[in-house]
Write a protein that binds this ligand. Structure first.
Ligand SMILES: Nc1ncnc2c1ncn2[C@@H]1O[C@H](COP(=O)(O)OP(=O)(O)OP(=O)(O)O)[C@@H](O)[C@H]1O
Length: 696
């Protein structure tokens, strides 16, 4: 039987749901009808649906180890619940309240908003921590926003997270790898720290399944204790009501080209709809650049009314200052168009947004443990994502969402939730995390969704070959511990550590920084020829990694000039971002004992260091191939050099790639030529495992 909670009542009476022993709460509807413009911030807070549930939330958190809170997008979960907890005393006595988010941008934005609402300076009482950036003050910060990945890292120093009284895992529906590992670990921590409180929140989570996870595999004694109290059972609270209405529009016919369709929709909104900014969801930097270019073409040819449009891209590779532009107020008489990846899908409030255009696609990772290939593929989103995207409108005034797919498709074909990332990823990073936390029995770990044993075995094998795990599958010293210290993909971390031995750490840190950016080249429809020609000025016969070093050198010699970038079809923003990342990596490298040293012109050692990290991605050109077909050494997958690579059509016999993208074929991005004997030097175990040695 379900239990209903009437907002405003002091203490709810808790009644078990017969099936799951789970508590359900539901309650009053709240909707706002007037705009926020003139209301004080406190009034704005009080109008949010979650405000009416304040007492219920505090009561549930007091009486339950885990509380699952489901409420519409924009109902106030992220910004309000941490403040309720603080006001109720959960941050007294030097304790902290944590609120995690899957994405860095959301962490920063939400922390700023909460600091503003509380009238405090960001970094004091309210702070945030994201990878490479800590804006908190010891003994002063009480509300801390952080990515779930950062909280996992904190567990390496403090496995029981003793300084936190409450941890709110927000946007749990995203099921990122870090969220899933965190949920598994927090369940363990709760056994040792029964006083720790967990809140799992989202607009679109399957609350019952999450609750079952927190209940399963309890010992009999624990279940008996539950009979006598509510402490062990997760409570579920459903926050009813939403801020403002969002009208959903669908296309009548499926669209052929979602980039063009998105641009046409933007122009149509601009022509016909009243003022208000537009947020467009595409899949990645390439799509976004193409859309920006298409709008720029329209502006130039003046075929459509484009006056007053300010077009801003938004993706994770953009430097901070560029990302922050999306939060700046729109000048009077103008209309901002933000073209974004799913980086803006959850938690963000972009004040001026009235219109959302949803392409229905995002880039998603897919890993095949049999072939050991991880692809970034453009794939349809889930209903949960579509709902989150629409929820970026209607936050401070009513809005409209234009879905570039048919309603019939949404209703009958779109999956409710995406596949958890852990079930479609290479598990190398995840296993290092768990090992560094002393979790030895990885197969027996309590996952919210189990990864496949094949993927697990593959990852263990690669980690062993990287020299990160020993024969007993424990972290090696020092390599394993050093790799665990660097917050990057273990293959990149290993490449950095190996550069110490090869005397080329300066170069390899630059390579690592550039690899962390999606692309440093300006590309797009209509400028391909010019951009290819410009690339040739830097192209190195060894491959893309060495080419990156040439570009970086040229950029520094130009005095980090934007004109230089423009002239050479190099993306200035990307270069600035690479500089930012490089600085951070340099600090980490020095901390773990890597001596900064340049190999000057000796590019062989650079290639050897790359091989030491990425040997598992080695490929050989098919001897009789006339179309540049390679096969991966492991898995014999057919792969081709991506046209953006300087080795496209050069086709050296032996190469290593950094990542794969899948379109009509499997394309290798960022490729370097190698000597096959280096593979055996770098990973004898890995290559000798093959039945017949593939290196001959
Ligand atoms: N930066 C901001 N500027 C103006 N209003 C804001 C801002 N941040 C939040 N708000 C207001 O607070 C409301 C609640 O935001 P909050 O992020 O707490 O909601 P949420 O329930 O966590 O949403 P979601 O599920 O989408 O993350 C927004 O709908 C908006 O009205």
């Amino acid at each position: 039987m379900a239990q209903f909670w009437k907002p405003g009542t002091e203490k709810p009476r808790l009644v078990d749901d017969e099936e799951g022993g789970v508590l359900f709460f539901s309650g009053g509807f709240s909707s706002s009808s007037s705009g926020y413009g003139y209301a004080s911030m406190e009034k704005q807070r009080q109008r949010l649906p979650v405000y009416k549930y304040r007492t219920a939330i505090l009561y549930l958190v007091e009486t339950h180890a885990t509380t699952i809170i489901v409420g519409e997008t924009g109902s106030g979960k992220t910004t309000q619940i941490p403040q309720f907890l603080k006001d109720a005393g959960w941050a007294s006595g030097g304790r902290l309240i944590a609120c995690t988010q899957p994405r860095r941008l959301a962490v920063q934005a939400v922390a700023s908003r909460v600091a503003e609402e509380m009238g405090v300076k960001l970094g004091e009482e309210v702070g945030y921590t994201i990878r490479f950036e800590d804006v908190t003050k010891p003994d002063v910060t009480v509300l801390k926003f952080l990515t779930d990945g950062v909280l996992l890292r904190e567990m390496m120093d403090d496995p029981l997270l003793t300084k936190y009284s409450v941890i709110m895992v927000d946007e749990a529906h995203e099921r990122s790898i870090s969220t899933d590992i965190l949920l598994g670990l927090l369940k363990k921590v709760q056994k040792r720290r029964p006083e720790l409180r967990l809140i799992i929140s989202s607009a679109t989570i399957e609350a019952k399944a999450m609750s079952d996870f927190f209940r399963k595999r309890k010992k009999r004694q624990e279940l008996e204790n539950e009979e006598n109290g509510t402490q062990g059972k997760p409570a579920i609270l459903s926050v009813e009501g939403r801020g403002f209405n969002v009208q959903i529009n669908y296309v009548e016919e499926p669209v052929q080209d979602y980039v063009r369709a998105a641009v046409s929709t933007v122009l149509l909104i601009h022509e016909r709809e009243p003022p208000g900014d537009i947020l467009v969801f595409l899949t990645g930097q390439d799509d976004i650049d193409a859309a920006v270019q298409l709008i720029a073409d329209e502006v130039q040819t003046s075929r459509k009314n484009t006056s007053g449009l300010i077009v801003l891209p938004l993706y994770s590779g953009l430097p901070r200052a560029e990302q922050e532009l999306v939060f700046s107020p729109t000048p009077r008489g103008k209309r901002k168009v933000i073209i974004s990846t799913n980086i803006a899908e959850t938690s963000l409030t972009l004040e001026g947004i009235v219109y959302v255009v949803d392409s229905g696609f995002s880039k998603q990772k897919f890993y095949n443990p049999i072939t050991d290939v991880e692809n970034l593929v453009v794939a349809p989103i889930s209903k949960a994502s579509a709902k989150q995207r629409a929820g970026r409108a209607g936050r401070v005034r009513p809005g409209k969402c234009y879905r570039l797919y048919a309603e019939e498709y949404f209703l009958n074909h779109m999956s409710n939730e995406g596949i958890p990332e852990i079930q479609r990823s290479n598990l190398v990073s995840c296993i290092i995390h768990l090992k560094a936390l002393g979790i030895d029995n990885i197969l027996g770990f309590d996952w919210p969704a189990s990864p496949s044993p094949e993927a697990m075995i593959r990852a263990l094998e690669i980690l062993y070959s990287l020299g990160v795990l020993d024969d007993d599958a424990k972290l090696t010293s020092p390599t394993g511990f050093q790799v665990a210290e660097i917050p990057l993909d273990p293959m990149i971390s290993k490449m950095i550590i190996a550069s110490n031995q090869f005397g080329c750490s300066e170069e390899i840190i630059t390579v690592a920084a550039v690899l962390s950016i999606q692309s440093i080249w300006i590309s797009g429809r209509g400028i391909q020829k010019e951009s290819d020609e410009a690339k040739l000025r830097f192209a190195a016969a060894e491959g893309d990694h060495v080419t990156f070093l040439n570009v970086y050198k040229g950029f520094l010699q130009s005095g980090k000039s934007s004109q230089w970038c423009h002239k050479n079809y190099v993306n200035y923003h990307a270069m600035r971002k690479a500089l930012e990342v490089r600085e951070q990596l340099k600090r980490i490298a020095q901390r773990i004992g890597i001596v900064l040293k340049s190999c000057e012109r000796d590019m062989q050692v650079v290639r050897k260091a790359v091989t030491a990290g990425f040997f598992a991605n080695a490929c050989r050109l098919e001897e009789y191939s006339h179309n540049g077909m390679y096969k991966t050494i492991r898995g014999s997958q057919e792969v081709y050099i991506h046209p953006s690579s300087v080795l496209f059509r050069v086709n050296p016999k032996w190469i290593i790639y950094n990542s794969l993208v899948s379109t009509d074929r499997q394309y290798m991005r960022n490729v370097i030529s190698i000597d096959p004997s280096w593979l055996l030097e770098a990973a004898p175990h890995f290559y000798q495992l093959q039945q017949s040695n593939p290196l001959h």
